[in-house]
Each structure stands twice: as C-alpha cells, then as structure tokens.
Design a binder for this molecule. Structure first.
Ligand SMILES: [Mn+2]
Length: 463
C-alpha cells in the first residue's frame, strides 16, 4: 500500500483520539520449542493496518505533538549473516509515511518522558503474554494492572475505523479469495474414496505456498464436520461421507479469506445428504439476499435460523411453529453457532478487541446456547465485510444430552433424529461486502450448488 494510505489512516485515527500518545506494539518472534526455532511470524494486525510493517520487534508511537516515530532495532552484521540483507528502519518508516525512526532500546525512556509531562499513553488490550509483559516493562506498570490501563477510547476508534473496509482493502480480501478459490479447485479434483484428509489439506496448502501465501488460519478438512473447530487430518475419506473444508489464504498484506464448502467424498450427494445440503444452502443464500445496511447481523442470524428450522420441519426433524422454535433456541441443536463474523486483517476481524467490535453500545451477547456464539450482532454498514456461514450438524453427545432432558421436544423429533446420528455436518461459507443497498459476494465463484459441485467433482485430474 502507498505510504499516503497509512498516513491518512493515522490522521483519521487522530481525529477520534486527539489527545495523548498512541502506542502500537508489533510482535516479537514466538519460540516454538527454543528461541531460534520460531512459529511462522505474523505481525500484529493493528500495526499492519496503521504502518504495514511486517518485521518483528517494531513499535509505532504517535506523540501528542504530531510526531510519528517507528521504533526498531538497528540491523546488525549478525542479522545480515543469518538472515540476509533486510530493510532498514528508515526504509520501513518511509514505506509507512512515518518521518522519524528511533532505536527500540529508547522506547521506554521516550514513553517515560511523555508520562512525566502528564501525557496519557493509549494502548490496546494485549492478547499475547509477551505483549502484556512488554507493556508492563515499557510503562512501568505491574503486570496485573496492564489491563486496567487499556484505552477504551482508542479501542472504540480502532474498531470503528477498521470495520469499514476501503477499496484497497476489499481488493486485498478478493486477492486472498482468488488464491483460496484455486485451493478449492485442487480439493475438488483430489477428493475420492481412499484419499487421506491430510492429502487434501496438504494439496490445498501447497497451492497457497506455491503462490507465495500463508493460510490465514489452520484449516478444517474433515469428515467430522459436526466437530466445529476440528483440525485433525488423520482420517481416510470413504464412500458416503461428507468432507467439510473451511479454509482461506492470506493476501500479501495480511488480509484473510474465509471459505467453507462441503463436498461428498463419492462425488455424488446421497438423498438425505442432498436434502440437508439444500436446507443449508437456502439459509446461506437467504442471508446474501437479506444482507444490507437496513439490517443487523443478528437479523441475518435469525434469517438463517428460521430457514434452517423451516427446512428441518419439512423433513420431519423439527416440528411446531418455526418462529417459536427459533425464539426458544431449539434450532441450535443443529445450528449451534453464529451466522458469521467480520473479516479483514484477522479471520475474526479484531476479535482481540472483544465485543466492542460486534456489539453496539448497550447491546450484549445473549446467554442462550447457540446465540451466545454470535460474534457480530450490530447494524451492518456499507464497507463491512462479513462471513455468511450457516451449518447443520448432528452432534451425537449434544443430541444425547438434549434427548435425555427432553429439551425443546415440542420442536424436535428425537425419534426421527436417530437415523441421522452418523450424518456429520454441513457448512457453506462465503464472504460478503455490505454495499449501499445490499451485499456482494466477494471473490471468484467456488462451486456451491449440488449441480455445480457434482459436475466439478466429475472432472477429476490424475492426482
Ligand atoms: Mn468463518
């Protein structure tokens, strides 16, 4: 991104947080098992947003007098010997439109001088132990009091600003989706009985890596789609099973894509699989058709929940009044999560800032099972990018618990449910941009209808 874009973002932030200093701490390398063997480095998303700096051990300080300083360590000969020539601090600062640089060893004394002048230092809630420790050391605050000093004003300002995606951010997300679509193409060509889940997962990762990309999160590639966050790839695909794939690449600037598809291992859905699939697809499409700045994401959640409940009633798994069933939360036996979340530099965008992002003032998460996992409830605005990811799952331990309690048995036909015990789960997910009057599905199409999936799976390559 051009330096002027980062400068404009910081200027806009300054309109909302006009007093005090603002500190954004970048990440340090995280050791895997000893210091020199690290996890793949991923920069803090706020520092990426306001400065685009992708290297470790950096910090950005916006001083109250308008000075902007990028802190970092000078490159040493040891660094060059082990890691090769790298961008110096001045080059990184120039790329971010930041005028001044400083040795990070001087950050603590710079902050101390500001604090001594009575300047308030705004910072966001740390979500890594090393960030919390760094804030404690830099600000001379006991570790247990770091959380007390988090700036609610900065948090709200960042949440508001990053919620509205600019054209250049949409382009990044679509770029990540283009790579993701290629990952799904190879999945469609490689799924068949006898293939391990790990091979499908590995081929998809290979597409991302070969295009120079990371995956935005650890993907789900599982025949046990009913386990919502299942990152085990040890099963062998077998005829009659469904494979849920929830995966996405990162753009070069760190923006995420988040797609889910459910494919039949044999290349053909069985009749019961097709029935449930069509219900989930109807819910997913209903959300696309309803999404606009006129509704809240909670409304979208209920559009999906009602569509699912109505569909399950048609095939006899649910019964009674659909609206009453959804109001009571009976559908959550099958759809126990939220309809979706914001997407951006983070796969759950800004989840580190908590519910300030997803819930407006005075609005709170419902404690009701299912609805309690709705991460985004607020009114949609043009520029929001959200995921639309309804699902229907058959979770044996949950079914057993509810059946034993006869929970919502006015709305759930537990006898009929017995035949679905080993069905697994189905989820379908796209990423939507909220526009002035509706919503647009981002990225190239990835087969989603029964017909398109079965056609795509009929055209196998020799992998
Ligand atoms: Mn998602």
């Amino acid at each position: 991104m051009r330096p002027a874009i980062y400068a404009a973002r910081r200027a806009k932030l300054r309109e909302r947080v006009s007093e005090g200093a603002i500190l954004f701490l970048g990440h340090a390398e995280a050791p895997r098992n000893y210091a020199a063997n690290t996890y793949p480095f991923r920069q803090d998303s706020h520092l990426l947003y306001y400065a685009g700096v992708e290297l470790p051990d950096k910090a950005l300080l916006l001083a109250p007098d308008g000075r902007e300083i990028l802190f970092g360590a000078p490159v040493t000969m040891d660094d060059i010997v082990w890691m090769g020539p790298q961008s110096g601090l001045a080059e990184l600062a120039a790329g971010a439109g930041v005028a001044a640089t400083e040795d990070i060893a001087r950050l603590k004394e710079t902050l101390a001088a500001l604090i001594a002048q009575g300047v308030h230092v705004h910072y966001l809630p740390p979500y890594r132990a090393d960030q919390a420790a760094a804030l404690s050391r830099l600000l001379d605050v006991a570790p247990e009091h770091v959380a007390d000093g988090v700036s609610g004003q900065l948090l709200q300002a960042v949440a508001q600003q990053r919620s509205i995606k600019a054209a250049e951010e949409i382009a990044e997300i679509e770029n990540a989706l283009t790579v993701s679509a290629a990952m799904y193409q190879i999945a469609l060509q490689s799924i068949r009985p006898g293939v391990p889940e790990a091979v499908v997962a590995g081929l998809m990762q290979a597409v991302a890596l070969s295009l120079g990309r990371q995956q935005a999160f650890q993907p789900i590639v599982s025949i046990h789609g009913e386990v919502l966050h299942n990152t085990f790839y040890g099963n062998l695909l077998q005829n009659g099973q469904l494979l849920v794939i929830d995966s996405g690449a990162e753009s070069t600037l760190g923006y995420a894509a988040d797609l889910t598809r459910t494919f039949p291992v044999s290349g053909r859905f069985t009749a019961p699989q097709r029935e449930i699939y069509e219900i989930v697809l109807r819910a997913q499409v209903a959300v696309i058709e309803t999404a606009s700045p006129r509704v809240t994401n909670r409304d979208l959640h209920f559009v999906a929940a009602r569509t699912i409940a109505a569909g399950l009633k048609e095939i006899g798994l649910m019964r009674g009044d659909v609206d009453e069933a959804v109001q009571a939360g009976a559908h959550a036996l099958f759809f126990p999560h939220g309809i979706g979340h914001m997407l951006g530099l983070d796969i759950h965008d800004m989840e580190d800032l908590g519910d300030a992002v997803g819930y407006g003032p005075g609005d709170e998460r419902s404690p009701q099972f299912g609805l309690s996992f709705l991460r985004l409830a607020r009114g949609l605005q043009p520029g929001f990018v959200i995921t639309d990811e309804p699902g229907v799952y058959f979770i044996p331990p949950l079914i057993d618990q509810w059946a034993a309690e006869k929970r919502h048995d006015a709305f759930i036909n537990y006898e009929k449910l017995a035949a679905y015990r080993h069905f697994g789960g189905i989820r379908i997910e796209d990423d939507l941009l909220i526009t002035a009057d509706g919503a647009r599905v981002l990225g190239p199409p990835v087969p989603k209808s029964v017909k398109d999936i079965e056609e795509a799976m009929g055209q196998k390559s020799g992998i």
